[in-house]
Design a protein around this ligand. Structure first.
Ligand SMILES: NC(=O)c1ccc[n+]([C@@H]2O[C@H](COP(=O)([O-])OP(=O)(O)OC[C@H]3O[C@@H](n4cnc5c(N)ncnc54)[C@H](O)[C@@H]3O)[C@@H](O)[C@H]2O)c1
Length: 326
């Protein structure tokens, strides 16, 4: 396979690229290395990938008009795309909404247009998010549930990605699979997410802010389980029987909704220090609980997450210490 991975310097893109290379695929990784969080972390991830056989990197903005179509003209051999580049983060979408429309919506359109120009393209897999379930209160969140109540522009942009991809699957029979990821954590994770923020604060003896006064539940999903799901999806382009578009959506979550306080207790044990907790109300844009129904993903993709937070959190803390030389 010749796979284009967008957002290859990002958390999930880095691990996905590494897993593809490990099984002998050719990977063209692209990323614009934007400064949403430390560029040094993105460069450090790339430094792990670039020496590996089969990997090539291009510094490129997916949302730049025509940049993707130019890239695929140079690489007509690409037969799979894993599109992970995005402006991530729910809370930041209240601060810089334009970044979300540009990277996530214009970027998705550029990817879809590039797909049309690839003669051998067998499958586009793209990142969606559990945040599309928005104000839904029925748990677990199932693919068949309505998703018309986004609570943030980030969520709305991911829902838009799903609709745009469905439309291209319908118009151009482009086989596409959207993956709704649920709170991914693990080594090389993101500095704007709970595992990193809490670990950093606990190690410094600084308070951590717990929103919704501690009444938060998240389906924390370990990165290796996510990558297994991404590869399983990539290997299974939706069939095209001719009537329905070749388009599928799946939840990739651990299928365990953990109390945030339990997640913190596991972190405290792994770090060997107690957290100083400050309670705060639910933040605008946030939702109180996530929980993935993975019946479809297990049936169609063989997706079966195996990593509990008791196993995954200490692995993150070990990596965090090594990365920071602590
Ligand atoms: N990590 C999670 O818990 C989670 C949950 C749900 C959905 N997602 C989605 O999964 C995907 C990957 O997330 P992640 O956690 O690895 O985030 P990340 O921010 O670590 O990775 C995204 C990468 O995309 C790059 N990028 C952003 N805009 C770009 C552009 N216009 N052109 C080229 N590159 C660009 C960034 O520089 C970054 O390296 C994203 O689409 C995100 O929305 C992640």
């Amino acid at each position: 396979m010749s796979v284009l991975v967008t957002g290859a310097a990002g958390f999930i893109g880095f691990h996905t690229s590494a897993a593809l290379l490990a099984r002998g695929e050719t990977v063209i990784g692209i990323d614009n290395l934007n400064p949403y969080y430390a560029v040094s972390l993105k460069e450090a991830r790339l430094a792990e990938l670039t020496p590996r056989r089969g990997f090539a990197f291009q510094h490129l903005d997916v949302a730049e008009r025509g940049a993707m179509t130019a890239l695929v003209q140079q690489h007509p051999e690409i037969d799979r795309i894993v599109h992970l580049a995005a402006q991530a983060g729910v809370r930041h979408s209240l601060v810089d909404p334009h970044a979300y429309v540009r990277a996530n919506i214009e970027g998705q359109l550029e990817i879809l247009e590039a797909c049309r120009r690839l003669p051998r393209l067998a499958h586009l897999v793209f990142a969606s998010s559990s945040s599309v379930y928005g104000g839904n209160t029925k748990l677990p969140f199932a693919i068949t549930d309505p998703v018309d109540t986004p609570q943030s522009l980030y969520a709305a942009s991911k829902k838009a990605d799903e609709l745009m991809s469905y439309c291209y699957a319908h118009l151009y029979r482009l086989p596409s699979t959207g993956l709704r990821f649920f709170t991914v954590y693990g080594p090389w994770g993101r500095p704007d997410m709970a595992a990193w923020l809490f670990t950093e604060a606990i190690l410094k003896g600084e308070p951590i802010r717990i929103f919704n006064n501690g009444k938060m539940r998240r389906d924390f999903t370990y990165i290796d389980d996510i990558v297994a799901g991404v590869l399983a999806a990539l290997d299974r382009p939706p069939p095209d029987p001719g009537k329905e578009p070749p388009y599928r959506l799946y939840n990739l979550g651990n299928h365990r909704s953990e109390e945030l306080k339990r997640f913190i207790a596991v972190l405290e044990a792994a770090i060997g220090r107690k957290a100083v907790m400050e309670f705060a109300p639910l933040q605008p844009g946030d939702v109180p609980a996530t929980y993935a129904d993975i019946v479809d993903s297990t049936r169609d993709l063989g997706f079966m997450p195996t990593t509990s937070i008791d196993e995954g959190v200490p692995r993150f803390v070990d990596w965090y210490r090594r990365y920071h030389g602590l």
